[in-house]
Design a protein around this ligand. Structure first.
Ligand code: CU
Length: 909
């Protein structure tokens, strides 16, 4: 799932794109770092050099999308592209010029005449339309209201739908541009930023300088990365303020608690190396650093794997593979390591105890142009590097397997067995590696383009400019207000979510993503990932036009690159208003009415190892909020061994999934997203109600609220009915969903009731009911105990910050942060509650996962539950038509303005 190569700052990486590629590129190389936005700039220089010699359409200046010749098309559609040939120049003879001029005059004259005719009829049309509108009611009545009346024209609107274009004749483009939006505003200093504002890149540098000054970390080397014997910063995030202080500041105007950085440090330069976390701040003030653990409390060997350790592992793999070179070349189509078309992937966990450090690795084939195409092409050759502590001279590799045969204590022993024929062999056919780019690199297969797929697809635009404001990372839209937040390790979130002036959510943030793999290979058989260990917030620039609409507002987020010991900032977050192109409500009755669904999205697309996650927080007009996690990218596959004695008879499956490509098996796994959801319904004192959706006999139903009832009333025709029963959770608990036993989960405030006397609340509704099936005896289930419950309710505590421990990936047998430890029986009635929401999906990869897993999505809703007195959308303009025309309402109509198409090129800026 993850890769620490992504943390390694400047891995020299040679890319060899075949000459047959439609990019038309030969060989080039550059420093690659999949998550390092700074390095993207480095790549840019190289990219520019080679794109100069290409004919890729994005480099075609005629593709600017802003030529006057296209004005008539602009009027039809707000988006357009100029013809790629519009700037084409050619030599013409005088005669040709004369002919062309004459033709032009004739065409112009004809066009003028045609224009008059069209203008005449266009002018006449409104009068006819008016009478059609008059007919529409009768049409509708005639048709019994079954269909939309035909022949109607535009109803009265609050603003003109057509800008004055007639006088322009193609030269007034500026007048047609959509209205400018108000600028995004930013605070000028650290001290003026809101208390939930993420640590900026420059603040991270200040934190680094301060810690160097204090002797808490080493100065960064003048070139390259620190060594294992250094003490260096692994990550920096905002240390969220004490909640009581934050609320007092926000609600009562008391002093700000200040902003502090949460700094994780790998301390290799101590006598007993360890890891440490510091709380450093206040940012922009007189900073202090507070160590949050005792020296030695967090064992060094439980630290997250970083690029420096990766470097050391690479040395061991290089040594072993040089010994095994004859085996490699004979087995794997002539590939060898290093630099012979082969790479490796280190897996997790590296042992189960904090004192252990052993890294299993699997060799894999490199795929041109990719860092992680290798995950689709693992090889049946694995080993283990024993790599504890800071002294790399003590590290060694052992326990080699070839086609699941082993373990061989050393590389030499494996080679000997291979050469003397005592083990089963495998030989990839010659030329196989030359097919990998075609099967793995995700680009269009140009052989048979889908019909009409070369036409531009629909796009949305903002006809009135942005309808939201952004200050730093605080967004206001349609009575919603929230601060976008993210942590380098824990990932995206939103803080202080308010609707119509009332705080509903104090915090809603992703905390971890857990994956447990299963496969019949000597490496992937035991893989477990806890992605927060590696970082769910190593932000990168979004891919504009893919991740978000072109009109999205992009916000910065920063993280600390441990390899470079520098901060990295990226345009990582999209904010945009979405046209749902559907009804949020509708009613066709004796009236026709409804409201088109528009909602606001705060989106965080990111790469986490082989996978790409996109986390969304969506806000709806009716007070609902949705949080989703979407997975895409390369699967982490296993080697498909046709001769595996454990495979089924048909040789297409084994107990862990399908063969999905030539030598690729789609190892089954799950993804569980764990969110920390701190609902505050009209204050902190809330209770958690489980509403049981039941069925049974009528008397039992009635007795749930009045036990004195003894007879079933006669108006119940049947003995059986359905009913609901309310249960207030008294103490902390982990809850599971079941399709056979439906339940509704709500957080309510019994002190605050709606107009009808019902306590106001919000419902937590997971979008899926996937449950963990792995038994408690599995070594991961302590650290990943959150995956067992779709919702766990605890009393909020400042020291129960996250759903998992930061180091438990590497100490699963003795985790520090198991969610189940928080479930220790405390009272949760009228307390400040945390609901830990876990949503996930199982993933049995199929052939459609190659080369790319396409959108697998899950999430949960937060929905008002008797929170409002009525449907909470009627304070915005609706669409309403009555048969007698007594009520006609419309939302503001869009204008036919256009937003210029931006050229998108990820590596061009
Ligand atoms: Cu998956």
């Amino acid at each position: 799932m993850f890769s620490t190569i992504d943390r390694f700052p400047f891995v020299p990486y040679t890319i060899q794109l075949p000459h047959r590629s439609r990019f038309g590129l030969g060989h080039f190389s550059y420093f690659y770092h999949a998550r390092d936005a700074d390095c993207v700039k480095g790549q840019t220089e190289n990219r520019r050099k080679h794109t100069m010699s290409t004919s890729h359409s994005f480099e075609n200046p005629a593709f600017s999308g802003a030529s006057d010749e296209n004005l008539p098309d602009q009027k039809k559609s707000p988006y357009y592209l100029a013809s790629p040939g519009s700037s084409h120049s050619s030599k013409m003879s005088t005669r040709s010029l004369y002919c062309a001029a004459l033709t032009g005059i004739i065409v112009f004259a004809l066009g003028l005449g045609l224009g008059f005719l069209i203008g005449y009829f266009a002018y006449k049309a409104p009068g006819e339309g008016t009478s059609a509108t008059g007919n529409s009611a009768s049409n509708s009545a005639t048709m019994n209201g079954a269909t939309t009346p035909s022949g109607s024209t535009r109803p009265p609107t609050t603003q003109s739908t057509r800008p004055p274009t007639s006088a322009c004749n193609g030269v007034c483009k500026e007048e047609l541009k959509c209205p400018q939006s108000a600028p995004i505003t930013q605070s000028e200093s650290s001290s003026s930023r809101g208390i939930f504002e993420m640590v900026t890149a420059s603040e991270m540098e200040e934190v680094y300088e301060f810690m160097v000054q204090q002797g808490l970390v080493d100065q960064r080397p003048s070139s390259g990365s620190p060594s294992l014997q250094n003490t260096y910063i692994y990550s920096i995030s905002l240390y969220l303020p004490n909640k009581d202080e934050a609320i007092s500041h926000l609600d009562e105007g008391l002093a700000s608690p200040g902003r502090y950085a949460d700094v994780h440090v790998h301390r290799g330069n101590r006598n007993v190396a360890d890891i440490m976390e510091y709380r450093v701040g206040p940012l922009g003030g007189a900073m202090t650093a507070t160590a949050l653990y005792n020296d030695g409390e967090l064992p060094y060997n439980s630290r997250p794997r970083d690029g420096i350790e990766w470097d050391g592992i690479t040395e061991q793999v290089t040594l072993a593979m040089s010994i095994l070179r004859p085996l490699l070349m004979e087995s794997f189509d002539g590939a060898y390591y290093p630099e012979g078309g082969m790479t490796f992937h280190p897996q997790a966990p590296p042992g189960l105890l904090p004192e252990e450090r052993e890294t299993r690795f699997v060799m894999a084939l490199l795929v041109d142009g990719t860092a992680r195409g290798r995950d689709l092409h693992p090889l049946p050759l694995t080993g283990t590097v024993r790599n504890p502590g800071t002294d790399k001279s003590q590290w060694y590799s052992y326990n080699f397997y070839y086609l699941n045969q082993g373990p061989f204590r050393t590389a030499e022993e494996l080679l000997e067995a291979f050469q003397n024929g005592t083990i089963r062999k495998f030989a990839m056919p010659r030329g196989h590696r030359q097919t990998l780019f075609e099967t793995t690199f995700p680009k269009q297969d140009g052989n048979k383009p889908r019909d009409m797929s070369n036409k531009a697809p629909p796009r949305t635009y903002e006809p009135a400019g942005r309808r939201y404001t952004v200050h730093d990372h605080t967004v206001k839209w349609m009575d919603w207000e929230f601060t976008v937040f993210g942590s380098q390790l824990r990932g995206p979130g939103v803080m202080n979510v308010q609707f119509k002036g009332e705080r509903i959510v104090y915090e809603n943030s992703l905390n971890d993503v857990g994956l447990i793999y299963a496969s019949d290979v000597s490496s992937g058989a035991n893989t477990v990932y806890m992605d927060a260990t590696f970082g769910l917030g190593e932000w990168q620039n979004v891919i504009i036009g893919v991740d978000c609409p072109e009109h999205a507002t992009l916000l910065d987020a920063a993280w600390w690159n441990m390899g470079a010991q520098r901060s990295v900032s990226a345009k990582a977050i999209c904010i945009f208003e979405m046209d749902g192109q559907e009804a949020i409500w509708r009613r066709k009755d004796r009236f026709a009415a409804g409201l088109r669904n528009t909602y606001l999205v705060a989106r965080f697309p990111m790469s986490v190892g082989n996978y790409d996650y996109t986390i969304d927080f969506r806000f709806y007009l009716d007070g609902r909020m949705q949080s989703t996690g979407m997975a895409s990218g390369f699967i982490q596959a296993s080697f498909w061994d046709q001769g595996n004695p454990h495979a089924g008879n048909d040789k297409t499956t084994d107990p862990f999934g399908y063969r999905v490509s030539e030598y690729t098996h789609g190892a089954l796994h799950d993804h569980t997203f764990g969110f920390k959801v701190d609902l505050d319904i009209l204050g902190k004192k809330n209770k958690f109600e489980v509403i049981h959706w039941k069925a049974g006999n009528v008397l039992d139903a009635l007795k749930t609220q009045n036990n004195n009832i003894t007879l079933k009333p006669p108006y119940y025709l049947y003995n059986e009915t359905r009913f609901v029963e309310w249960e207030t959770l008294a103490t902390e608990a982990g809850l599971k969903l079941s399709y056979a036993n439906p339940k509704i989960w709500t957080v309510v405030n019994e002190e605050h009731k709606n107009k009808w006397g019902v306590p106001r609340g919000y419902r937590i509704a997971p979008m899926s009911a996937y449950g963990q099936v792995v038994p408690d005896s599995h070594p991961a289930m302590g650290a990943l105990s959150f995956t067992k419950y779709q919702c766990a309710v605890t009393k909020r505590k400042e020291d129960e910050r996250f759903i998992t421990g930061s180091y438990d990936q590497n100490r699963m047998a003795n985790p520090t942060g198991s969610l189940e430890r928080m479930l220790d029986g405390e009272n949760i009635v009228n307390e400040d509650l945390i609901t830990w929401v876990s949503v996930g999906f199982i993933h049995v990869p199929t052939s459609e996962d190659v080369p790319m897993t396409a959108r697998v999505e899950t999430g949960f809703w937060l929905k008002p539950w008797n929170y409002f007195d009525t449907t909470a959308v009627f304070d915005v303009p609706q669409y309403v038509d009555t048969m007698d025309h007594s009520i006609t309402e419309r939302p503001p109509a869009p204008t036919d303005c256009y937003q210029p198409v931006k050229e998108n090129c990820y590596f061009c800026n």
